[in-house]
Write a protein that binds this ligand. Structure first.
Ligand code: NAG
Ligand code: ZN
Length: 490
């Protein structure tokens, strides 16, 4: 929807231009015909009870309107029913972060803020509380069942969302050993980057985060003169070369730029580690086109590599910087990230089929992001409302409950400039805009998509995905994947 809106007109139109909508929309028959067509499809719909050999899980981190990026999914000739609305909260906080939510929708257990891969008995920042409270993810269950597995993100691969798929950490911020308190290291806790190598054997890993993988001071290949891009590890390990050496006998490729990435032949590649930046990737709008591929290309490469496994695959794809755009209240950045996630969904649907692949699109949590006023159809989504506030100042269609965009100059809100770098106004001044607590959306298509309906706990998601994955007739006989879940079915 946003995509469509973004591609319409830029600027405020007053009075509304006649050509911003299809003149057919004035005819009642236009809407009646459309409704009849959808109704016909709904009546003809057969439940898809196939086994989901493959699962592709798309997460828009902080994507307020979870439905936004599923425009592709919804254009299916077999549209799905109402979306499921997962209730999104942490065990200890009403409004969660990406660590607690990823633990819910990947590991199937609600957790505390800031923790990954631990039940709520694991305490934020307390290494001692980790032991015995680890919970495993659907990525591991899939690997244990003989499938290929992958992670694709636009953040560093050690960031909260991907981390919950493979790590157990009392703090999501323990990216590398240097980021950990001495006590946590002494108590035997390990950093997230180290766990990326030692836990589940992951076939495809794509994102950013080179600096957490190399010894302190190691120059970055892309930014050799930038001290902040240098390696950060205190233990002297080079996890990139260790990764390559542990894949003996297999074709394992490490790449850090687009030329090498484009040259990776999925047909002959078993393992791929692609790290395009020292930390998070750049925003899609600011991407270095020659050095870094877009999310749709990384998603495609991952699917083509994983698809070779006759037992199927599990892939997690995160549009991770939607969230960071919102924290900075740069709505334009956040929306363009969302559009690229939508492109990646479209690409994945071209490469897979509903017969054996369950595709899900969801968000982990929301933001204090509002879509308000009475803008005309065709008005730029980043534009102003045609109405003015009581202070006789204009306001934008998009704004935030809190954030860095709160400003009062001479007792007045400042006037609005429209540009891609514009920081939307906020009611309350904060350095970084916060998350929001409303339910997000889950949309699913393919085998067993009908399991996702109503308002449920977010932790329901991987249990139902795992069920779809082994199929109702096979589940009872599919160890070791299923013994974790058998209690659900008996
Ligand atoms: C990409 O990486 C390879 C391997 O390090 C390097 O040889 C090549 O010069 C890099 N390409 C660019 C454009 O930097
Ligand atoms: Zn966030």
């Amino acid at each position: 929807l946003v995509k469509v809106r973004l591609r319409l007109l830029v600027g405020v139109a007053w009075p509304p231009l006649a050509n911003v909508y299809d003149p057919e929309e004035e005819k009642p028959e236009f809407w009646r015909q459309q409704a009849r067509a959808v109704l016909r499809l709904a009546l003809d719909r057969k439940l898809n009870t196939n086994v989901a050999k493959n699962i592709v899980l798309f997460v828009g981190d902080g994507e307020s309107d979870g439905a936004v990026s599923v425009t592709q999914a919804e254009r299916s000739p077999h549209p799905l029913g109402a979306p499921m609305l997962p209730s999104v909260y942490a065990v200890d906080f009403q409004i969660p972060d990406s660590a607690a939510t990823a633990t819910a929708y990947l590991c199937g257990v609600k957790a505390n803020l800031n923790t990954v891969g631990l039940s709520a008995a694991g305490r934020n920042g307390a290494c001692r509380s980790q032991k015995g409270n680890e919970v495993t993810s659907i990525l591991k269950w899939a690997k244990d069942a003989g499938k290929s597995v992958g992670i694709v993100t636009t953040t560093r691969v050690q960031h909260a969302t991907p981390a919950a798929a493979y790590a157990h950490s009392a703090s999501r911020k323990w990216y590398c050993d240097t980021d950990m308190p001495a006590a946590a290291k002494a108590q035997g806790c390990r950093d997230i980057a180290a766990q990326l190598l030692s836990n589940t054997d992951i076939d495809v890993i794509i994102g950013g985060g080179r600096k957490y993988m190399t010894p302190k001071g190691t120059r970055d290949p892309e930014y050799p003169l930038d001290p902040s891009a240098r390696g950060r590890r205190s233990d002297g390990r080079n996890l990139i070369s260790e990764w390559q050496h542990t894949k003996g006998g297999k074709v394992a490729r490490y790449v850090w730029n687009r030329t090498d990435f484009d040259a990776v032949d999925p047909a002959t590649t078993d393992y791929l580690l692609a790290l395009f930046e020292p930390g998070d990737l750049r925003y899609e709008l600011e991407r270095d086109l020659s050095m870094d591929p877009p999310l749709s290309d990384t998603t495609e490469k991952a699917i083509r590599i994983l698809q070779k496994n006759p037992k199927g695959f599990f892939l997690l794809v995160e549009g991770g910087r939607i969230d960071q755009g919102h924290h900075a209240s740069r709505a334009s950045m956040a929306l363009h990230e969302t559009v690229e996630l939508d492109n990646a969904v479209g690409r994945a649907l071209e490469l897979t089929g509903d017969g054996d692949t369950l595709t899900m699109v969801t968000a982990d949590h929301s933001h204090s992001f509002t879509f308000n006023g009475f803008p005309f159809r065709g008005n730029s989504i980043l534009g102003k409302s045609p109405l003015f506030g009581k202070d006789m100042m204009p306001y934008t269609t998009l704004m935030y409950g809190n954030g860095p965009g709160h400003k009062i100059v001479n007792n007045k809100r400042p006037d609005i400039r429209e540009s891609k770098d514009y920081i939307q106004q906020a009611a309350v001044p904060t350095e970084s805009e916060t998350h929001g607590g409303e339910d997000v959306a889950v949309l699913a298509r393919g085998p067993m998509a009908h399991l996702f309906h109503g308002v449920q706990e977010q932790s329901y998601i991987p249990h139902a995905l795992a069920f779809a994955d082994c199929g109702p007739t096979h589940c009872a006989t599919a160890p070791p994947y299923l013994h974790l879940h058998l209690h659900l079915f008996i």
